[in-house]
Design a protein around this ligand. Structure first.
Ligand code: CTP
Length: 402
């Protein structure tokens, strides 16, 4: 059974949330409604209690003054929906403000979140709201609506909440998407490697790890057992993912080779250094007495190449190509040379896309020669899209474990 936390904020459209909750219950979902204080002025908690069959929570404290276990609400949810989501709720969520039960639950949950915004068209169009919407999209929050039409304030325009049926369909779409990799094991590599020159210096690259972490999060949401082998990053690992931290290309190779044989899919999103210093000095290299310094670099192990040679039948392999010009021609070459099922090619010289950005513009190249050029989109969205393609290739059952 799917467990849903259904948040209701104080928009006039709150009455439509009653129907959405009723339909979710009819589809077999367990729905726990959390209302803001303002919402209770528009629809009585008793109505939601009756349609959901569960107690309705409003305050961080219950009638006896005991704290409500919002952490359990947040942790046990498979999906959190907020409908209507007012401009105020979007702003609080975008900035991590947790000042009531609903916003505290939203901050504490690792479940996917679906928002149905509803507000006056001027509030919707305000740059602050648009900025908040962008921030939330980048974090992988799902949206349904808003629609254009007559608004409660008497104006016409964008800001009308999606209809209950659309909200329910969007929720079901997320569950369908989330389940595609259940029973599968996925290995994702992320971030850049660091090749030490001496105890304090290294050769590194600009990779932030965001794409790989987004892929690990998407795989987990889709039900996979996920191992994330990560170079140094500042990112929080997604919940429920096994994290293996590494630093050098050699360490990454070792970690990957230990896990890959049992995996249904391996996604090499890491920016692995191609060369490393032949030797790393035990002591800090001194400047004194030197006018120049020559470093000798040697090739690092080609992890993807090794994976592709040794892979078991049925295992899906995804490689990345970071290019700075002539993207497609190089990517096509790499697809063949690397022996991968999907090559994700992105031009890292585009502003706002690629390395260390929150957005990415990629072309997916498939082994059968088909290509899919994608628009600039948040990395979370691109990650979900790539993992859906992987799920499609895996098709049938999970592989036998060695
Ligand atoms: N990769 C790897 N091991 C390496 C270097 C790269 O497994 N030592 C993987 C990356 O994780 C990525 C893919 O290979 O999925 C492509 O990396 P890229 O640097 O674009 O390709 P290279 O093979 O290094 O080719 P070139 O540098 O000539 O473009």
């Amino acid at each position: 059974m799917n467990h849903i936390v259904f948040g209701v904020t104080g928009g006039i459209a709150a009455y439509k949330a009653v129907e959405a909750v009723r339909q979710l219950v009819l589809r077999g979902c367990d729905v726990k409604v959390v209302m803001t204080e303002h919402a209770t002025r528009l629809v009585g908690p008793e109505t939601f209690r009756a349609v959901s069959g569960n107690p309705v929570a409003v305050s961080l404290f219950d009638a006896e003054g005991k704290p409500i276990e919002h952490i359990y609400l947040a942790r046990d949810a498979d999906l959190v929906i907020v409908a209507p989501a007012t401009a105020n709720l979007l702003a609080k969520m975008a900035h991590g403000i947790a000042d009531d039960l609903l916003t505290t639950t939203l901050l504490a949950t690792r479940a996917p979140v679906l928002l149905a915004p509803a507000m006056n068209n001027l509030m919707y169009r305000h740059p602050a709201t648009q900025h908040n919407l962008r921030l939330l999209r980048e974090r992988g929050v799902h949206f349904v609506g808003p629609e254009s039409g007559a608004l409660a304030c008497g104006e016409e325009g964008e800001g009308r909440m999606a209809e209950p049926q659309q909200i329910v369909d969007a929720a079901m779409g997320i569950f369908a998407l989330e389940g595609d990799l259940s029973g599968k094991r996925v290995l994702v590599t992320a971030g850049g490697t660091r090749e030490p020159l001496d105890p304090v210096r290294y050769i590194g690259n600009r990779s932030s790890g965001k794409m790989g972490y987004a892929l690990a999060a998407a795989s987990r949401r889709m039900g996979a057992e996920v191992t994330l082998v990560s170079g140094p990053t500042h990112l929080q690992p997604p919940a429920g993912v096994e994290l293996v931290r590494v630093e050098t290309a050699a360490e990454m190779r070792e970690a990957v080779m230990a896990v890959a044989p049992g995996c249904d899919a391996v996604i090499m999103a890491a920016a692995v250094a191609d060369f490393a210093p032949r030797e790393s000095s035990g002591d800090k290299i001194k400047r004194r007495g030197k006018e120049s310094l020559t470093l000798e670099l040697v090739r690092t192990p080609d992890i993807l190449g090794e994976l592709s040679e040794g892979r078991a039948a049925g295992q899906v392999l995804v490689g990345f190509a970071a290019e700075t010009g002539d993207l497609l021609a190089r990517a096509r070459e790499k697809l063949g040379a690397k022996g991968v099922d999907i090559l994700v090619a992105n031009d890292v010289s585009l502003p706002g896309s690629g390395f260390d950005a929150d957005y990415n513009r990629a072309v997916l190249l498939f082994r059968d020669g088909t290509e899919r050029a994608l628009d600039l989109m948040p990395k979370a969205e691109l990650a979900a899209l790539i993992m859906r393609e992987v799920a499609g290739l895996l098709g049938g059952k999970a592989r036998e474990r060695p």
